[in-house]
Design a protein around this ligand. Structure first.
Ligand code: PEP
Ligand code: MN
Length: 373
């Protein structure tokens, strides 16, 4: 059961305390208080855990400060929409608002491979008005002989350079809990020059201990990459691990599924699931066209396959695009073949702007049709 308080009541206030006290007076019930920061208002939710089926809703509804009481379905308790009764407000982090309504492009290197390349990349982002980036320091690689990432050593200059170029969030994969401490320490040492969104890679989609670790802290949001060989439901349950720990600032990112049926693309593009995840959950949904396609092949119309699949995700309402770009893909130590060239980034940005407008127009037309009906 979720009790939604009226807008703008503080989570620490007496109204919330009274509802929590009543909830806890029922046998076996525990509570989690969760502040949801929307674009225009902040809402406190009280999540009840335990045998809630036998609890009546009326005593809660009688509180003046309670907006509504939502009986939740078993599935996706923390991230679900529960029959559309819960809003999807998203979150704000380091001045950037991310929700099922907003749109951002996170561009950058798959793996940090030196200060110079990274500086050139971040300068490119700044030139094109991007304040959201990607840069991997810890790389889970299929072969132990491949480049494993520069790790904690590169963090000081990653954050310094990001700050210098006005980048507000860097999406960065973590593969073990201690990476969180390294990132937090380096961020603090940089004077919090930027922010970090912790990426859970597809290979760790069911690393439950790691999911718990990123879920039990609320400082840094999480970009969860869909598991490449598990069901959508299993991936959403992985996000439940994060949210049930207390961290609700999660983006669900599609990145293609591993199967030969997607050949010649690296993964079978799954961006048809953008509206599905938006319907099932309150999470903003991202797409990663680079890891989905995995190569810089060009269609006869002159556009890269990466552009085409990006457009497919954006026209379906994706909220975030995570895309690889590298100043010298031939020299990249990881995933060079799929990185956009510097001159291709502005073309991609123009293309996504066209497609995002088309999406917004589709939404307006659909709403008008629904109103007329
Ligand atoms: C990445 O984004 O750097 C990455 C490794 O992606 P994935 O986990 O989706 O393969
Ligand atoms: Mn990669």
């Amino acid at each position: 059961m979720i009790i939604v308080m009226k807008a703008d009541l503080p989570a620490e206030g007496p109204e919330v305390a009274r509802v929590v006290a009543l909830a806890r007076s029922f046998p076996g019930i525990t509570t989690q208080v969760h502040q949801v920061q929307g674009a225009t208002r902040s809402v406190t939710e009280i999540h009840l855990h335990g045998p809630t089926g036998v609890i009546p809703t009326t005593p809660f509804e009688e509180f003046e400060a309670v907006e509504k009481v939502v009986r939740i379905t078993e599935k996706f308790r923390a991230i679900g929409r529960h029959g559309g009764h819960l809003e999807a407000p998203g979150f704000e982090y380091n001045g950037v608002r991310i929700s099922q309504e907003t749109f951002h492009v996170f561009a950058g290197v798959c793996a940090v491979d030196g200060r110079q390349h990274l500086d050139t990349t971040f300068a490119l982002l700044e030139r094109h008005g991007l304040t959201t980036a990607r840069a991997g320091a810890y790389k889970p690689r299929t072969s132990p002989y491949d480049f494993q990432g520069l790790g904690a050593d590169c963090l000081p200059y990653v954050f310094e350079l990001a700050g210098k170029r006005g980048i507000r969030i860097v999406a960065m994969e973590v593969t073990r809990e201690s990476h969180l401490d390294e990132i937090r320490a380096a961020l603090a040492a940089s004077g919090n020059a930027t922010g970090v969104m912790l990426q859970i890679g597809t290979r760790n989609a069911q690393n439950f201990e790691l999911l718990k670790a990123v879920g039990q802290q609320t400082e840094l949001p999480v970009l969860f990459k869909r598991g490449m060989g598990i069901t959508l439901e299993e991936s959403l349950n992985a996000c439940e691990y994060v949210a049930s720990g207390g961290n609700h600032r999660i983006v669900f990112c599609l990145r293609g599924m591993k199967t030969n049926l997607g050949d010649p693309h690296r993964n079978f593009v799954d961006f048809a699931h953008v509206p599905v995840v938006k319907r099932l959950t309150r999470l903003p949904v991202g797409i990663d066209p680079s890891h989905s396609v995995g190569r810089r092949t060009v269609a006869p119309d002159g556009m890269l396959d990466i552009f085409h699949v990006t457009a497919q995700g954006v026209v379906a309402g994706a909220n975030l695009v995570l895309v690889d770009v590298h100043p010298k893909p031939d020299e990249a130590l990881c995933d060079g073949p799929q990185a956009l060239l510097a001159q291709e980034l502005p073309r991609l940005l123009e293309d996504v702007a066209i497609v995002r407008r088309a999406y917004e127009e589709r939404v307006r037309a659909a709403r008008a049709a629904a109103q007329a009906a």
